[in-house]
Design a protein around this ligand. Structure first.
Ligand code: 13P
Length: 287
């Protein structure tokens, strides 16, 4: 079922667990994530960055693939198809293409401009019953060419954006996309606590889920995080399993070069990663 992320995130916030957003790159990724969510009876959010959207031949291709797959695979758990770190234009395009959720990342604009643009998109999203994620304080690291410095958000600015009526709010709390450096200072729980106190019921989003230790994830959930984004970890798992297959010479045995065989270990590795995360986030059985 393709749905807005609103209800699943409000339930998660009230129930003190988090729904995983797993980014997709192609058919195998999408299939692996949907099948795992169904198997574990968990709600799920499929994330699509602007770069991945382009790679998959445009947002309409993605929306049609996801809708058809939900239908063909009999996926009955709630699934949101979500634009990740969207530009203002990208968000409009995804809404038109049939996405059920979009993120507008206005964190690099001055706060007044972030507010003005977010406000316009809130009106549009409400009209169409689509969920909208906004961001305050850039997330560090590099993702698809979008580079952020790892800011810590100002809780007062978070409240200003939350009050516009967005569905969920991403706030920088020292988190970084991609692998964490050895000297990483960790998440700023004081900031997260202050943001949650000011924003109340608002589901908070933790980006950069790859490599955050399990204890920090649990603490973040206890302080109001109800959506956690994971991308790099699935990519690493896929690449590792594929490399092992090739290094073992399996592509040279029989029809081992057949893409359906060649990509199978990587696809299974994505499933295992998604399962591990859903268990950690507490979303298993919450569909
Ligand atoms: P990672 O690639 O670090 O898991 O971050 C994913 C993310 O935050 C997508 O927006």
């Amino acid at each position: 079922m393709l749905v807005s992320a609103k209800e699943m995130l409000q339930k998660a916030k009230a129930g003190k667990y988090a729904v995983g957003q797993f980014n997709i790159n192609n058919l195998e990724w999408t299939k692996a994530i949907l099948l795992t969510a169904q198997e574990l009876n968990s709600p799920v959010i499929l994330g699509v960055s602007e770069g991945a959207g382009k790679y998959m031949c445009g947002y309409t291709t993605v929306a049609n693939m996801v809708k058809a797959m939900i239908n063909e695979l009999n996926i009955t758990v709630p699934v949101a198809l979500h634009l990740d770190h969207g530009s203002y234009e990208g968000a409009q395009k995804c809404i038109a293409a049939g996405f059920s959720s979009v993120m507008f990342d206005g964190s690099h604009y001055p706060i007044e401009e972030n507010i003005a643009k977010t406000k316009e998109l809130v009106a549009k999203a409400n009209e169409l019953n689509i969920s909208l994620e906004a961001e305050v304080g850039a997330i560090g690291g590099e993702e698809d060419g979008v580079v952020g410095n790892g800011e810590v958000a100002d809780p007062k600015e978070c409240k200003m954006i939350a009050d516009l009526g967005v569905t969920m709010l991403a706030a920088g709390i020292g988190n970084i996309h991609g692998k964490y450096p050895a000297n990483w200072a960790g998440l700023s729980f004081d900031t997260l606590d202050a943001i949650q106190q000011l924003t109340g019921d608002m589901p908070l989003v933790l980006h950069g889920g790859t490599g955050i230790p399990a204890e920090m994830i649990k603490k973040a959930i206890s302080l109001g995080v109800s959506k956690i984004n994971v991308n790099t970890e699935c990519q690493l798992a896929f690449a590792d399993a594929t490399r092992k297959y090739i290094e073992a010479g399996k592509d040279l045995e029989g029809k081992g070069f057949d893409p359906r065989k060649l990509l199978a270990p990587g696809t299974e590795a994505i499933k295992a990663t998604v399962k591990e995360k859903m268990e950690l986030f507490g979303s298993v059985g919450k569909a």
